[in-house]
Design a binder for this molecule. Structure first.
Ligand SMILES: Cc1ncc(COP(=O)(O)O)c(C=O)c1O
Length: 402
């Protein structure tokens, strides 16, 4: 495994805790905090508005983050729309697309609520929701989706990596099937991918995955600050999505009767954005690029495998998913409530991990874990020492429940 131990100094919080909750939000490196501090202390101003030097600097920095994100996922700059998180991106599509009564949408039974509730909510408008069932390891077979597609299927929404199980979907295979499907009006079915758990952990190449829409957080795998995210909307699809936040920055002209929307991504970004956060996100992309996403992918995969095998080797522990899980291992201890275990780990060893349903009740029902799971999620600042400490702490606790 490549050695990433040298970066731990960039995350001073690691002096106090062992952090296994990156799937919720990742730790922020000093360099990102410094970039935000510099913005607030040295050139705090709005973007895309003023013509004075300080405002131009902010506008340029925001523009640079858009460029960096586009190059990071291999899409065009104008296909990147800033949001405050993944959820906002998905809601932009569910509310902004002109779904018609009688359309149907396919989602899976292992989605996070953010890629589940926005679609369920459309039932109120007469849209039908079909559920693609995953297998026991949390994988959605492309044939399962194929069997649900029909001439009314307007969109398929699926996550790249499940936040509750860690299973990684074959998006390239699913994409081919989805895009081949034709609706009765002659258009093809759209594909939305929830990239909340994949970006920053594995290399995302939009030209290969070929989604119509892909929603991302800035604050998870990318190591950006909370309150940042973005959505990729294919350029040719942008006219089909109606902006949900009209106002400053979204139009080129108006009279008392009408208005003309901006052509670019700005039409979706009404009002003042989280500028400090977006600047921090730009610095986070530099940070990831300096290490190399392929190195991170290799590191995270090996570390997850180590974590999965280590937990699996403990009697009375049940893990979910399989050895290909990515950056997430969900597990349970026989007879124990997951919240109790999480509390004990925190109080006795300063080990932070999440317990419960992880905002993914459908996924938790799918794996039959009544009270949820304990979830250990990792990123590049974790190491084998962290895993050994977790395993040894669990071994100390387990006898209480046997
Ligand atoms: C798969 C998945 N989708 C969506 C979300 C929501 O992300 P955000 O908090 O960025 O809106 C999460 C958060 O954990 C997630 O894991």
């Amino acid at each position: 495994m490549i050695d990433l131990d040298y970066i731990r100094e960039d995350f001073p919080i690691l002096n106090n805790i062992i952090y296994f909750d990156s799937a919720s939000t990742s730790l922020t490196p000093i360099q990102v905090v410094d970039a935000m501090e510099e913005y607030f202390l040295e050139y705090n101003s709005n973007a895309g508005r003023g013509t004075y030097k300080t405002a131009i600097k902010t506008t340029t920095k925001i523009d640079q983050t858009r460029e960096k994100l586009a190059s990071f996922i291999n899409c065009k700059k104008d296909e990147v729309i800033f949001t405050k998180n993944t959820t906002e991106g998905i809601n932009l599509i569910s509310n902004g697309f002109d779904f018609k009564k009688g359309d149907n949408i396919i989602i899976s039974d292992i989605e996070h609520h953010s890629n589940f509730i926005p679609w369920l909510n459309l039932q109120k408008k007469g849209i039908n929701i079909k559920i693609a069932k995953a297998d026991k390891d949390g994988l959605v077979n492309k044939n399962t989706i194929y069997n649900l597609l029909d001439e009314n299927t307007r969109l398929v929404a699926i996550s790249h990596i499940s936040n509750a199980i860690g299973s990684i979907q074959d998006i390239e295979g699913i994409e081919k099937i989805v895009h081949k499907n034709q609706c009765k009006d002659g258009t093809n079915t759209y594909l939305l991918v929830d990239g909340a758990q994949s970006i920053g952990h594995i290399n995302i190449d939009i030209s290969k995955l070929n989604p119509d829409f892909m929603a991302f957080p800035g604050h998870k795998g990318l190591l950006g600050p909370v309150g940042t995210g973005f959505i990729y909307i294919k350029e040719t699809n942008q006219d089909y999505i109606y902006p949900q936040n009209l106002g400053g920055g979204t139009i080129t002209n108006t009279d008392f009767k009408d208005f003309k929307l901006e052509d670019g991504p700005q039409r979706f970004e009404g009002g003042t954005q989280n500028l400090g956060g977006i600047i921090g996100l730009g610095r986070a992309i530099d940070y990831i690029n300096n290490i190399g996403i392929n190195n991170i992918e290799e590191y995270d995969k090996k570390l997850t495998h180590n974590l999965y095998e280590s937990l699996n080797s403990i009697d009375n522990i049940k893990t979910y998913g399989n050895e290909n899980n990515n950056s997430i291992v969900s597990f349970n201890i026989d007879n124990a409530n997951p919240h109790d275990i999480s509390k004990i780990l925190d109080e006795s060893k300063n080990i932070c991990l999440r317990s419960g349903h992880h905002c993914a009740i459908p996924a938790i029902k799918h794996i039959g874990a009544k009270e949820g799971t304990i979830r250990a999620s990792i990123h590049l600042y974790n190491n084998t020492d962290d895993i050994e400490k977790l395993v040894s702490a669990l071994k100390e606790i387990i006898f209480l429940y046997s």
